[in-house]
Design a protein around this ligand. Structure first.
Ligand code: BTN
Length: 259
């Protein structure tokens, strides 16, 4: 692999954003960027502060899983102080920003698997973990954590439970993390500002979902069932028609595409 150097200056220089990435904290290695970002948010870091790592040693995934970030990939967390009403849209903002950034930087087509995995050719290339500190009626902070498999050999992904891929595997060559990072921050900023100005990102997110119309298996807490994913609500919940005809609204959980 040739050098694809990262630094706070290279990431933030000339970035076309209003708040995202105005402050960038780059660490060659951290446990989890989400954990570092939570600590920074607790200390009152400005909104849009980004924590980026060259490598994570204790990366966290959804549903208490772990997330691998060896050198060559992207692990970043963005600190936001959103209104409570924006919370359901953060998943949409994050997954759309990642999908758009990957597409613009690589020319590859992406899909979003509900609620926020980004796929290429049906395999997961990006995962998102949003962690929040919510006090009654008020969001103290939200940390949007995004992990992208960039320059990773397919063999390194062998132990991962979901079918996974990396950008280098899909494009057949090394991919610039810097290019993707900058596109990601610019898209995050633009999409978040749509929310701030009273707009919605729902339609684009819904239209990119590969899940709709598919047979799915839903696992949520202790329950699991199968059905057809029929639609999504504007609050991000997934509507699944069970085999017995009943409709279920899924707010959180794991959804596997059956084909
Ligand atoms: C998933 O399970 O799909 C979510 C994975 C989220 C991984 C990212 S990498 C940057 C940030 N820091 C973490 O510890 N996790 C998220």
């Amino acid at each position: 692999m040739t050098e694809d150097l990262l630094s706070a200056e290279l990431i933030s220089e000339g970035l076309e954003t209003l708040l995202t990435g105005k402050k960038v904290l780059y660490y060659p290695e951290v446990g989890s960027t989400n954990e570092t970002a939570r600590q920074e948010a607790g200390r009152g870091a400005p909104e849009g502060t980004v924590v980026i790592a060259g490598k994570q040693t204790q990366g966290r995934g959804r549903l208490k899983r772990s997330w691998m970030t060896p050198e060559g990939n992207i692990a970043l967390s963005v600190i936001l102080y959103p209104q409570m009403a924006f919370m359901p849209s953060l998943i949409m903002v994050a997954s759309l920003a990642a999908a758009r950034a990957i597409e613009s930087a690589t020319g590859m087509e992406t899909q979003i698997k509900w609620p926020n995995d980004v796929l290429i050719n049906g395999r997961k290339v990006c995962g998102i973990l949003i962690e929040t500190d919510i006090r009654p009626e008020r969001v103290n902070y939200a940390v949007i954590g995004i992990g992208i498999n960039v320059n990773m050999k397919i063999e390194e992904l062998a132990g991962v439970r979901t079918p996974a891929t990396s950008l280098s595997h899909e494009t057949g060559g090394e991919v610039s993390r810097l290019k993707i990072l900058r596109a990601l921050l610019e898209n995050m900023d633009a999409l978040y500002h749509i929310l701030l100005s009273g707009g919605s990102v729902f339609a684009e997110w819904r239209d990119r979902l590969v899940t709709l119309g598919q047979e799915v298996r839903v696992t949520a807490g202790d329950t699991a069932f199968e059905g057809i994913a029929e639609s999504v609500n504007s609050d991000g919940s997934l509507i699944v028609r069970r085999q017995d005809g009943r409709l279920e609204r899924v707010v959180a959980g794991d959804v596997t595409l059956r084909r």
